[in-house]
Design a protein around this ligand. Structure first.
Ligand code: CTP
Length: 395
């Protein structure tokens, strides 16, 4: 994707170094435009080094007299981050007094602004009105700042959103094929408590589910991530809820699913939970002890039977008779697709960064992803299930 990044002179400008680095390593082409004030905070050489590309700081370069028009037309997305109250006011009123603001005026395609300033400046009716002009009249996407402690010593709304969120919003697919769609993704292992300090769980890292949530978001969908015990980190730009047990997971799905179009069930749900949960720590005995387990509900099967017509994708982990077992699960659970993960001597997907999955549709058709990163595998699944193959049950 071709990105023009307008950087203004706010304290949060340092965060943009991380954003540029992230976008560049994800394969995007970035041209940075810095306002004169931004160039006082950070030396443009840093942006040039991280973007591996041109950084423009002057409003008039004799060799590129119409840089603002060229850049405005070239980019797939024009993002201004951090955007100070001053630059927001200028853009809202068509003032074009530097390269960043002239490019803003010349730009007609996708435009995003990430405000960052002191809480009183942000809440000032003048700034609020300018932001309204940007979103209502001029077609900018406005990403509201976070609340928290601000560099000026105040606490409140105005803090630039996280680097991870800026990069994710900017690099969202401009065609947004899943815009308006809403999916729940479950990830990680459930925890079934034995007593206040011990539990039964599994080796699931949550990576595949989290990558699936990111892949759906990237294609424009609204995503709710419901996660249990994980080692991977939860993306700050995706709404998420933490759960512990299978019962809690089922309860969460029952409450939230009516507003969603489907579920990608990557969570590793414990099939059994201790029949009794001790309220106090179980003490050591010399002799052996027996732990009685009771079967948990099949969360996916229950949710699918209670929500006919929505999309349900299960993830099966198999060690033996992989294909036959996965196919059995697909029909027994009454779902649309099953994603088969094989655990064998040559590959263990648990906790790994790579995966090789087989996608099986309810009509029996199947295809293999080959060994790729979990990020690529998640993007492949989303593409095959929802974009290239929207007919339910086909692969
Ligand atoms: N699943 C579920 N509730 C359970 C067990 C599994 O919702 N109690 C879901 C998982 O989230 C996954 C799919 O069912 O999407 C397959 O999970 P898997 O553990 O492979 O299969 P099980 O149904 O538990 O069968 P088995 O453990 O016998 O292989």
């Amino acid at each position: 994707m071709k990105i023009v990044l307008g950087v203004t002179g706010g304290v949060a400008v340092y965060k943009m170094l991380g954003v540029v680095r992230q976008l560049q390593s994800d394969g995007h082409e970035i041209v940075v435009i810095m306002t004169p004030a931004a160039a006082k905070f950070v030396n443009p050489i840093l942006f040039k080094t991280l973007s591996h590309n041109t950084v423009l700081t002057e409003d008039f370069d004799i060799s590129r007299p119409i840089a603002h028009v060229e850049l405005a037309d070239w980019a797939d997305v024009y993002a201004v981050a951090p955007a100070t109250a001053n630059t927001i006011a200028k853009i809202a009123h068509g003032i074009a007094d530097n390269l960043l603001t002239t490019t803003a005026l010349a730009r007609t395609g996708r435009r995003i602004v990430f405000p960052s300033m002191n809480v009183h400046m942000y809440e000032n009716p003048a700034t609020q009105e300018n932001l309204c002009i940007l979103s209502e009249k001029l077609g900018w996407e406005v990403v509201e700042p976070d609340s928290g402690s601000l560099a000026c010593g105040y606490s409140g709304k105005g803090r630039l959103v996280s680097e991870e969120r800026i990069a994710a919003v900017i690099s969202r697919d401009p065609d947004a094929p899943l815009k308006g769609k809403k999916y729940i993704v479950t990830a990680g292992g459930t925890i079934e408590k034995i007593d206040p300090v011990r539990y039964i769980s599994n080796f699931s890292s949550g990576k595949m589910g989290i990558e699936t949530a990111k892949a759906l978001y990237k294609k424009g969908a609204d995503v709710l991530l419901v996660y249990g015990n994980i080692t991977a980190s939860v993306p700050s730009y995706i709404e998420s809820v933490k759960i512990e047990s299978a019962a809690e997971l089922l309860d969460t799905l029952r409450r939230r699913l009516p507003l969603f179009d489907g579920v990608f069930m990557a969570a590793a749900v414990a099939d059994y939970a201790p029949s009794k949960q001790s309220q106090s720590k179980i003490k050591r005995h010399d002799d052996k002890i027996t732990l009685e387990l009771t079967a948990n509900p099949d969360v996916l099967k229950t949710a699918a039977s209670e929500n006919k017509g929505k999309l349900f994708v299960g993830f099966a982990l198999e060690t033996d008779d992989a294909e036959a077992n996965a196919a059995k699960k697909l029909s027994a659970k009454g779902i649309d697709y099953i994603v088969l993960n094989r655990l064998g001597p040559e590959h263990n997907p648990l906790g790994a960064d790579e995966n090789s999955v087989r996608l099986i549709g309810k009509n029996g058709a199947a295809e293999e992803s080959g060994l790729i990163s979990k990020k690529e595998a998640a993007e492949w699944l989303v593409r095959r299930i929802l974009i290239e193959n929207p007919a339910r049950g086909a692969v």
